[in-house]
Design a protein around this ligand. Structure first.
Ligand code: PXP
Length: 261
């Protein structure tokens, strides 16, 4: 399974001080040598982390394919067309959000999406749509004739965190807790089934399937088991872990998790 390393968070640290370090450009060689298959960056409209100059340099200098995430705004599509990355992932964007909170409203945004896709395809840029895992969104993506979809795994990751991080281990049996854990386990299972069914459906109809958001060393295993998902894009957890063990090791460990046995 392929790993796209999202290096936005390196720029988050730099922008917190508005200084020159750390420069996400310095991560390119480390990512490649550690086994990453792709570099992913999100050029947000508010430029809160990656700047236009970062995107320009990264796309020009990366020997790995670059996946540029951006909103479907005309000005962002202008930039993407000029920079010509290997792939553009179209994502929804809200100024007030901390991170991308959901998938594209593919059904409601058809005219704007069609125009963005037409312009990007004219530049021979591969296109992915970041969507919620719903059948309606998969069908709407098929109608748009893109190469890739990326499922937003935020709901899955949140249920996983509620199940395994928030509740402390206890020797006491608390019936209400057991019950809520039972419900959460069922929800987690349902979400995994949903991702599995939709990935299979999308793949059978000719789409390449990626997934990402909120994935980490713990919750990634069940997603890796879904054979029809070809690629994961992971940022926060890899960069967070790299503070302690280094970027190279954090990528190697994640890459190891992505091996299907
Ligand atoms: N894929 C897409 C389309 C995203 O927008 C993001 C978040 O920027 C990610 C993957 C990575 O999410 P995370 O940083 O939670 O791993």
């Amino acid at each position: 399974m392929k790993l796209g390393v999202n290096i936005d968070h390196i720029a988050v640290l730099r922008e917190a001080r508005k200084v020159a370090d750390p420069d996400p450009l310095d991560a390119l060689g480390i990512c490649k040598r550690a086994g990453a298959d792709q570099i992913t960056i999100h050029l947000r409209e508010d430029r809160r982390h990656i700047q236009e100059s970062d995107a320009k340099n990264i796309i020009a200098l990366s020997s790995l394919p670059v996946n540029l995430e951006c909103a479907i705004d005309e000005s962002m599509i202008d930039i993407a067309c000029a920079l010509r990355p290997h792939r553009v992932t179209l994502v929804p964007e809200k100024r007030e959000e901390v991170t991308t909170e959901g998938g594209l409203a593919v059904e409601g945004e058809q005219p704007r999406l069609k125009e963005a896709i037409r312009r990007l395809q004219a530049q021979e840029i591969e296109i992915s749509l970041f969507i919620d895992p719903t059948l309606a969104a998969v069908k709407a993506s098929l109608d748009l004739h893109v190469e890739w979809i990326e499922f937003h795994t935020g709901k899955y990751a949140n249920i996983y965190a509620m199940l395994y991080s928030n509740l402390s281990q206890t020797h006491h049996s608390i019936p209400e807790l057991d019950l809520s854990r039972k419900i959460l386990k069922q929800m987690l299972n349902d979400e995994l089934c949903n991702l599995r069914l939709l990935s299979c459906e999308a793949m059978e109809r000719g789409l390449h399937v990626a997934a990402g958001h909120g994935l980490n060393m713990h919750n990634v295993t069940d997603i890796v088991d879904i054979e029809t998902i070809e690629e994961l894009n992971i940022g926060q957890s890899i960069i967070a872990r790299s503070i302690y063990i280094g970027l190279s090791q954090a990528i190697k460990e994640m890459k190891e998790k992505l091996i299907r046995r």
